[in-house]
Design a protein around this ligand. Structure first.
Ligand code: ZN
Length: 341
């Protein structure tokens, strides 16, 4: 299996497109990026503007258009759509315009069928190209929101690790500690998310180019782990909660974002560890990091991104009860303790 390469480029999107696109290329772009590229003069078969990653629309493109190269430009919906267009002999190049989730380098797409999300294994990118002019052209508050979401998706893996240790490792809930998570990460040679958590708490100041470069590398690395490893280690209860809440509340995908939503399950998971193992290190570190990054840490923060307490309660209720660490040990009092001012 060929793994994607991550490339950083100082070139503008138009120059990159002129280099990598040809007459057998289709370009998939979301609304925002479609407007940017539609008048650029570069060789291509077609540019397809997409609103969301709909399974039906993907099938239409696959059936009606001939192409060899697929270029996806935008956030996760555009990249999910683009990689799902993969056919025999195709190659895919991802150009994320925001660093909002680990979706930049994975081989899975979330596609929507009648508003229901389904996860499909699709094409992993040959290249993930980060164009600095494109990434940094995002307006400051949007850049902050999307990049914070990227960190939210990154740290969601901590909760997935806890779930894995609990379920697959059959470790009882009171034995899951910060040190055990640390050891698990090192035994399995995973990206050291606890070190990244420390970096945020000690060094992070703002979403400058240096931070964004680190974030891109980390998201890319987690994406590779998702391709190579057990899928139950990639995402777990925190992502299940996201699916349930999204399904029930039908949020606008721009607010709350995927990363903001998965950050909720991760923080509650850390609170459960605090209660069960009687150790608050992970919770304190996460909460402090979330605050610095701009992820929700209070009910008021949640309300600002259109998430209410009852949404979380209803979402967890809809999860498979005894399967996930999060849904097994959740109670409402714990939620209050997680998000109290
Ligand atoms: Zn995710």
């Amino acid at each position: 299996m060929k793994l994607p390469r991550l490339l950083f480029k100082e070139q503008k999107l138009e120059d990159i497109l002129r280099q990598i696109s040809d007459k057998d290329t289709i370009v998939i772009a979301d609304d925002y990026n479609f407007e940017i590229i539609k008048d650029i003069d570069f060789e291509r078969r077609d540019i397809i503007r997409i609103e969301k990653a709909s399974k039906k629309e993907v099938e239409k493109v696959k059936k009606n258009t001939n192409y060899i190269t697929i270029i996806g430009i935008g956030g996760c919906s555009a990249l999910d759509f683009a990689r799902a267009c993969g056919k025999e002999g195709c190659n895919f190049c991802a150009i994320p315009s925001i660093l909002s989730t680990a979706c930049i380098s994975v081989n899975k797409s979330i596609l929507y069928e009648n508003d229901h999300p389904i996860v499909k294994t699709t094409l992993s990118p040959k290249e993930v190209i980060i164009s600095w002019p494109l990434i940094t052209s995002t307006e400051a508050s949007e850049l902050k929101k999307w990049s914070a979401s990227g960190f939210g998706d990154l740290f969601a893996k901590i909760s997935a690790i806890v779930d894995f240790i609990y379920r697959e490792g059959k470790i009882s809930e009171d034995k899951i500690t910060y040190t055990l998570i640390e050891e698990f990460i090192s035994w399995n040679n995973l990206l050291n998310l606890l070190q990244i958590l420390n970096w945020v708490n000690e060094k992070f100041e703002t979403y400058d180019k240096d931070t964004l470069k680190k974030l891109a590398i980390w998201l890319y690395r987690v994406g590779l782990e998702n391709i190579l490893q057990n899928s139950t280690l990639s995402t777990a209860g925190e992502h299940q909660l996201y699916y349930k809440m999204q399904e029930q509340q039908k949020y606008d995908r721009r607010l709350p974002t995927h990363g903001q939503l998965v950050s909720i399950g991760t923080l509650i998971t850390a609170k459960i560890i605090e209660k069960k193992a009687k150790e608050d290190i992970l919770f304190k570190k996460l909460k402090r990091a979330y605050k610095k990054l701009g992820l929700p840490v209070t009910y008021k923060d949640l309300s600002n991104i259109h998430v209410e307490k009852n949404h979380i309660v209803a979402g967890i209720k809809a999860m498979e009860k005894q399967y996930f660490f999060l849904s097994t040990f959740f109670d409402e009092k714990l939620l209050d303790e997680t998000y109290k001012e």
